[in-house]
Design a protein around this ligand. Structure first.
Ligand code: DC
Length: 685
């Protein structure tokens, strides 16, 4: 499923999770090591790198600055090779200033600003409108104080910025505030070693105010060490960069999986009921296994596991994975200072919906200046689900819905914030069995583009909770096009049941089995074991690509004959039911609403006059370079309609509760709009 074009994604309610999930690389580590690799003289290969919006803007920027970045590297999609530019970061900008667009990636904006300013580059840095509301003044103050040529192009204190070469004064300690975001300090620590090259004196950075999010600064120091730069830390107030520091490539560096992303699956494991009927298939142990990160990770958000344990989760850790299962139930309410796990703490706010009393998350002021004002966003969306929420300048208190009846089906606004989208998916575990709508689900691309696929791969909603839309109708009514586009719009799976009958007919032909009642049992058995696969818009029968062969008129006519045999219809039943997977299904055919999915949430019977349908098919064939006569097509269609409608087994007829749609005079878009309106009507949002 690609979330990229979806206006929303409806998650069916679920109660169980099992199996393994592989997490993408850490965003914090990925963008730091990309920059560090660029500042080295040699080449660095990074494996397990996160492939997301934020890393893409960093890579794009580094390329603009003259770095050769090869991705994929040696056939590995998660690997990149970076040829560093070392001390020559400013060179690419010596003729014309670089214009760098950094999206909404704070982890690119702050360090690149520092690196460009300290390297004496000429550049402008800017981002999406929200980026221009995210503070950067503390970093600019620090840079200006040492003589860097950084100026505001818009509002003072915020990007966009202009950067120009200047003379630096690095002898006195550099002061930077650390109480709004630790990223300002991180930015300086990553970039200052460049300025220390050739110096005989250390460079000293002093933190003003109480440093927040210390674990992120710790990641910075650990990664600098991997690149050969030693920074001496004196408490959390002073950092000393050794004279003449040089970035040295570690050669190959594996990037840990993202500990903040792990939080959603740790929570999932803690929230899911053990499934006695369906124990996990792998024998290593119970619960959900999360691959790519263990408890000794260098990422601060890994300490989320302690908070999850405090709420009742049972978490086991190995070097490179976690295993989680439900412990206390309901979860235990907590009152926690979350300063050390600012991102993962959002997951706690949703877990709090399942606790035995009100939970309070404290010391989270940094939430206000993240992708969105996260305190406000979480409070607003949690209330929509039926929770009681109080908020303060730097805290949030969540009172769970009083009973299952107090839960509400909600459309969750996500504020272009990946973490809002991901953590609210956990509301689909609600005890009321309500679905949850996630608006703009594609925002997860910031750190975890395949998040929803990963979620669906380890959760198993009950079949009855997975919504189905059926589109039945006669040949060439346009149901295939309509159903496929609806599926795309909703992020649902798509079943073109006609293609199964076509494939069964094709297989019979290939194996020399005549399509008649005398061979019905044999044809039925063949249908039940049909080796059909759908992948990348192609259809395969065993290892043969039959995409085109399925669409011929001859196969269509054979399909119509084979579909009249009850044993074949029975044989294809299981295959069709197997398409009903989360998040939902749009199925088109003749008997989708009457026989295969009689409990479908929305049934549409699509018709068009025989003349219109024959004309459409004619146009379709001509456009493919296949010659056809309108009269012949008209006759074929009429005959096929008669056969499909008159057969004993599942004859073509609208379900009693189907909505009739004659699309003779409609465009495809008009039909889609109409069906979407009907769908909205039956959804609880
Ligand atoms: O929709 P189509 O033209 O690809 O379908 C090919 C034949 O398969 C059609 O003549 C009738 C049969 N069919 C069926 O009997 N039941 C379905 N659900 C789908 C198709």
């Amino acid at each position: 499923m690609s979330a990229s074009k979806l206006a929303w994604l409806d998650l069916p309610p679920f109660t169980h999770a099992a199996g393994r999930v592989q997490l993408p690389g850490s965003k914090s580590i990925s963008n730091r090591v990309l920059l560090l690799a660029a500042l080295c003289d040699g080449a660095t290969v990074l494996t397990g790198l996160l492939d997301s919006d934020d890393t893409q803007v960093m890579i794009d920027a580094l390329r603009v600055l003259g770095c050769d970045v090869q991705r994929p590297w040696q056939g590995r999609a998660d690997a990149v090779r970076i040829q560093g530019v070392g001390g020559r970061l400013a060179q690419a900008t010596s003729h014309a200033p670089a214009d760098l667009f950094l999206g909404n990636a704070g982890t690119a904006m702050r360090p690149l600003t520092a690196a460009l300013a300290l390297a004496g580059a000429r550049a402008t840095v800017r981002g999406v409108p929200r980026m221009h509301e995210r503070p950067i003044g503390d970093l600019v103050d620090a840079l200006q104080a040492v003589g860097c040529g950084v100026t505001y192009l818009g509002q003072s204190g915020y990007p966009p910025l202009a950067i120009a070469p200047s003379t630096l004064a690095l002898d006195a300690p550099i002061a930077v505030r650390g109480d709004v975001s630790s990223q300002f300090l991180t930015a300086l620590l990553l970039a200052l070693p460049m300025a220390s090259m050739g110096r005989s004196q250390p460079i000293v950075v002093d933190v003003l105010g109480e440093l927040i999010s210390k674990p992120y600064v710790d990641i910075t120091l650990k990664l600098l060490a991997r690149f050969g730069v030693q920074v001496q830390r004196q408490g959390w107030q002073r950092f000393v960069i050794a004279p003449d520091s040089r970035y040295t490539s570690p050669g190959t560096l594996p990037v840990e999986a993202d500990a903040s992303s792990a939080s959603y699956f740790v929570a999932l494991g803690a929230l899911c009921a053990p499934d006695a009927a369906n124990p996990p298939s792998n024998s290593e142990g119970p619960g959900l296994r999360i691959d790519g990160v263990g408890e000794d990770s260098i990422q601060g958000d890994i300490r989320f596991v302690d908070a999850a344990r405090a709420m009742g989760a049972v978490v086991h850790s190995a070097a490179d994975h976690l295993r989680v299962q439900r412990g206390a139930w309901p979860l235990k309410a907590i009152d926690l200072d979350c300063n050390h796990i600012p991102d993962a703490a959002m997951t706690l706010a949703v877990m709090a919906l399942y606790a035995d009393g009100p939970s309070t998350l404290r010391n989270i002021a940094s939430w206000r200046v993240k992708e969105t004002d996260r305190i406000h966003a979480m409070a607003t969306e949690l209330r929509k689900l039926g929770a009681g929420v109080d908020e303060g300048p730097d805290w949030l208190r969540i009172t769970p819905p009083a009973s299952p009846a107090h839960w509400r089906a909600a459309a969750i606004h996500t504020y272009d914030d990946h973490r809002v989208a991901m953590c609210f998916s956990l509301a689909a575990l609600n005890p009321a069995g309500l679905p949850v709508r996630i608006l703009d689900p594609a925002c997860v691309a910031k750190t975890f583009p395949t998040y929803f696929d990963a979620l669906f791969s380890v959760t198993q909603p009950a079949a009855a909770d997975i919504p189905v839309i059926t589109i039945d109708g006669p040949s060439a009514s346009g149901k295939g096009t309509l159903a496929a586009e609806l599926a795309q719009k909703l992020g649902y799976h798509f079943l073109d049941s006609g293609s199964l009958y076509r494939a069964a007919a094709l297989a019979a032909g290939q194996q020399g089995v005549p399509i008649d009642t005398a061979h019905e049992a044999q044809l039925g058995a063949m249908a039940a074991a049909l080796p059909i696969r759908f992948s990348h818009q192609r259809t395969w029968l065993a290892d043969q690509d039959v995409t085109e062969a399925l669409r011929t008129e001859a196969t269509g006519a054979d399909a119509s004959r084979i579909s009249a045999l009850p044993a074949v219809r029975q044989g294809l039943l299981q295959l069709q039911h197997a398409f009903r997977r989360a998040p939902g299904l749009v199925a088109d055919g003749r008997d989708m609403g009457t026989v295969i999915f009689p409990e479908a949430a929305l049934k549409v019977f699509l018709t068009a006059s025989a003349q219109t349908r024959a004309e459409r098919r004619h146009k379709q064939l001509i456009s493919k370079g296949i010659s056809a006569k309108l009269e012949g097509l008209m006759q074929d269609l009429t005959e096929r309609d008669a056969r499909d409608a008159s057969r004993q087994a599942a004859p073509l007829k609208p379900a009693q509760d189907a909505l009739m749609l004659d699309n003779s005079t409609q465009s495809v878009d008009e039909s889609i709009t109409w069906v979407m309106q009907q769908w909205q009507r039956v959804r609880p949002f």
